[in-house]
Ligand binder design. Structure first.
Ligand code: TXE
Length: 479
């Protein structure tokens, strides 16, 4: 059991009004300790500390900042097993996922931006008698708000570039999954990161989150989370003209053509649908299969899904852990019930598995595959964000492109075919910030990451992050 404290100006502090939230392990409902229910006055303290730290931090050299990021990365790596266990207990994800995906990526985030800032170069434009050059400078206090699905992975995807570019930060991790962020703050304290450079304030969206997004001295906000929350953040930011980066939800289609190499790709397709219980914004949730392959695909896919091991997240063999919280578990189950009411065929799952104590009290759900739903129904239109996928047949390319694009989201899509021309044609026609062909979640941190339509605004990754976290100035000199 750990009772968390805010990390402000290099000090661990209780929330000023002394109120806490209960943190529970979603696999057992056992208490993991208390999380500060911070309010505007705690955010105020953190912003003041970050503002005070800004002049000195922004004046450090890229080499110095890279050095700090490497120190953080090395300390996390040295404690990888502990971080993985905490992430699994707090979020419900299988330990194998925390160990091989989440925490290695946290380390990679810091190392990547430590390297990136050393290789940054800016443009210059020459003409007779004058030269323009682009000067990028840090902006100030960055407000970083992260969700509960990949807790430390997504938070550090923001912290690393924000600090690398010379900003200071106030972070508000998800109230559902604050444990590893707290452990990160202990590492920052241990290595003596200058006080105020990175502050972590724990609490809910309506209290701590809204205080941060509405704060006049926080000129940029990077947010990952739900689309409805992003609308509230945009409204709160508008009066202050804040720079915003919004990474939101998805309803990601997989387009499987009849020449797809199923023998090779079936395991990836299963992972793409159910990794992290389907609680990844990049997971496939709508699978479209060309008619000639449809029956075979459904049979082989469902057979593979039935083999997924659901249960104790700390068991290294577990593939599907618990959903993050009771409200989220109930939300996903409501979609399952709705699909049944709409007459869907349930090929597997959607029910709560029978597990031994203490896991019989956890928020588990057997991975679920539906067919027979209309594209227009809420189960196919809305983000469920759980272990639920629908499979639908299609006849031709133009039809499936139109159907894939026919949702409000546009984050990620995947195309499965051996026809190279078709792969390019279809990928370019999809309204999706990211398209994978014959692969999934194959990430190169230099690439632009982000969504179209209701899936977000802006791109992060590589120089896109360096741009976002900097103010770009053009300086023209006549000679
Ligand atoms: O996320 P929220 P929720 C989707 C998914 C999920 C839905 C809602 O469909 O079912 O969003 O999830 C903070 N001002 N994704 O409600 O609330 C909050 O405290 C400032 C997709 O749990 O958006 C947390 O730190 N901040 C997604 C963060 O926002 C506010 C990952 C995200 O929580 C706030 C998670 C406010 N008014 C959910 N209200 C993805 N893109 O990966 C909340 N927050």
């Amino acid at each position: 059991m750990v009772d968390l404290q805010n990390f402000i100006n290099g000090q661990f502090q209780a929330p000023l009004d002394g109120t806490y939230l209960e943190n529970r392990n979603p696999a057992t409902r056992e208490s993991l300790g208390a999380v500060p229910d911070s309010k505007a006055e705690d955010i105020e303290r953190a912003v003041t500390a970050a503002q005070a730290a800004f002049p000195a931090w922004s004046a450090t050299s890229p080499e110095q900042r890279a050095g700090w990021l490497h120190k953080i990365a090395n300390s996390i790596e040295a404690n990888l097993e502990e971080f993985a266990a905490l992430e699994s207990q707090d979020q419900g994800k299988p330990i194998s996922v925390a160990r091989t995906v989440d925490i290695p990526r946290v380390v990679a985030n810091f190392r990547f931006f430590a390297g990136a800032i050393l290789h940054e170069a800016s443009e210059s434009h020459h003409r007779p008698g004058s030269i323009n050059y682009t000067y990028r400078k840090p902006i100030g206090v960055a407000g970083l708000i992260s969700p509960w699905n990949l807790p430390l992975y997504l938070l550090t995807w923001k912290i690393a570039p924000a600090l690398a570019t010379g900003n200071t930060a106030v972070c508000k991790p998800s109230e559902w999954t604050s444990l590893t962020a707290f452990r990160l703050s202990q590492i920052m304290a241990d290595i003596d990161l200058p006080p105020g450079v990175c502050n972590l304030v724990f609490g809910t969206g309506p209290h701590a989150g809204a205080a941060l997004t509405g704060h006049p001295d926080v000129p940029l906000i990077s947010f990952t989370g739900g689309t409805a929350t992003a609308q509230a953040i945009m409204s709160a930011s508008a009066p202050h003209f804040k720079k915003l980066s919004l990474e939101l939800g998805g309803k990601n289609p997989a387009l499987i053509f009849d020449d797809a190499d199923l023998d090779r790709h079936l395991p990836t397709l299963v992972r793409a649908s159910f990794a992290n219980q389907g609680e990844i914004c990049l997971c496939n949730s709508r699978i479209y299969v060309q008619r000639a392959l449809y029956a075979e695909f459904v049979e082989r896919f469902v057979a593979a899904v039935r083999l997924l091991k659901v249960g104790d997240p700390s068991d290294p063999l577990t593939q599907i852990g618990a959903l993050v919280s009771e409200p989220h578990w109930q939300k996903v189950r409501r979609y399952v019930a709705l699909a049944k009411e709409l007459g869907a065929t349930v090929h597997c799952g959607g029910d709560v598995p029978e597990l031994q104590p203490p896991f019989d009290r956890g928020f588990f759900l057997n991975p679920c595959v539906f067919t027979g739903l209309e594209d227009s129904c809420p189960v196919i239109q809305e983000e469920i964000f759980g272990p639920v996928v629908t499979i639908s047949p299609f006849d031709n390319e133009s039809e499936v492109i139109q159907r894939a694009n026919n949702v409000r989201y546009g984050l990620a899509a995947s195309v499965w075919t051996q026809d190279l021309s078709r792969a390019h044609r279809v990928a370019q026609a999809l309204q999706s910030g990211i398209v994978w062909v014959n692969t999934w979640m194959n990430r190169d941190l230099r690439t632009p990451f982000g969504g179209m339509k209701a899936s977000g605004m802006g791109r992060e990754g590589g120089h896109y992050s360096l741009d976002f976290y900097s103010e770009t100035q053009n300086i023209c000199i006549e000679f």
